[in-house]
Ligand binder design. Sequence first.
Ligand SMILES: Nc1ncnc2[nH]cnc12
Ligand SMILES: [Zn+2]
Length: 340
Amino acid sequence: MSNFISDLPKVELHLHIEGTLEPELVFALAKRNGITLNYLDESALQAAYQFDDLQSFLNVYYSGMQVLLTEQDFFDLTWAYLVRSHADKVRHVEIFFDPQAHLERGVPMAAVVEGIVRALEQARQQWGLTSRLIMSFLRHLSEDSAFETLGLAEPFRHHLSGVGLDSAEKGNPPTKFARVYAAALEQGYRLVAHAGEEGPASYIRDALDILGVERIDHGVAAITDPPLMARLAQERIPLTVCPLSNLKLKVINHMSELPIPQFLAAGVCVTINSDDPAYFGGYMNANYQALQEGLNLSDENILELALNSVEACWLSPEEKAHLAADIRDHGHAYGVVLPS
Ligand SMILES: Nc1ncnc2[nH]cnc12
Ligand SMILES: [Zn+2]
C-alpha cells in the first residue's frame, strides 16, 4: 500500500452499512441472538462471496443481515465500520441503510436508526469523524412499500439527511419512484439514487430529470453516452464510483476497464468509494490502491479524486474548505500539487 494513499485524508460517499458486515461479526451476532447459520464457520461463509452479477450478491447480502436484530447489533456493526474507516484516514462518511430489509423481519426502525446514530455520534466525539445518514428505498419492492417506509421514518427525520435508491436495478427504473421522491423532497430530504451500475445510461438521465437527484451512485454507464457525459461535467453532478464492487459484480472484467481516466479528463466530479466492503474485498484504502494499480493513475489523479469527494459531500462550506486544505497539504508533503 502506498503511503500517499494510506495517509491521504478521505471522504466516503457510497457505503451500505449492511455491506460492512464481516463474517466474524455474522458469527458473533448469530451466537448472541441464538441464530443457526447455514455455514459451518467464517471461512465457509467467506467462500460463498463469489458473485456473477448484482443479483447474486444481493441474495447473499440480504441473507447475511438476518443476524442484525437489536439496537446494539446496529451499533456494533456501525462501530466496526468506523474503526476500519478511521484507520483508513476517512474523515467524513455518508452512509446508506436499507430499513425495508429490517422492517420486513420485524426489526423496528428505532433499533436500526438509533444503533447506527449512537455509533456515528461516538466517532464524532472520539475522532472528529463526521457523517450523514441516507435512508435507501429497495427498488425491487413496491412504491407503496417505499411510501410506508418514508412515513415510518418521520420520528427519526432529524437523523436523516437524504434518501437513496438501491437493490436490483434492471427492470426497476427510477420512474417507479417518482412520486416517493417528490414526497421526500417536500419533506426536505436531499436526493440521490443508484443508477447506471448494471442499468443503462437512460436510468441516469431519469434519476436526474424525473427523481431530481443531486448525485448519482455508481453511474459508470454514463461513459456510453457522450451528451450525458458533457452534462455531468457541465453541471458538476457527482458520481460515487465503487471500483472493487464493479470488479466483484462483473460490471467490468478488469480494473483497467473502469472509465475513471475518461471521467477525469471530461471534467466529471467522479469519486471513489467502497459500497459493500465486507463482500468486495476492501475498504477505502484498498479501493484507491486497486484503482491506482489497475489504471496506472498518478498521485495527482488520486488527489483530484479525494478533492472531488469533498466537493460532492454534504458538509458545510467551512468544513469542506478545511478538509480540502488538509488534502492539499497532504499532497504538498509528497510534492503532489494541483492547480486550485
Ligand atoms: N452495489 C449495490 N447496488 C445496488 N444495491 C445495493 N445494495 C447494496 N449494495 C448495492
Ligand atoms: Zn451501492
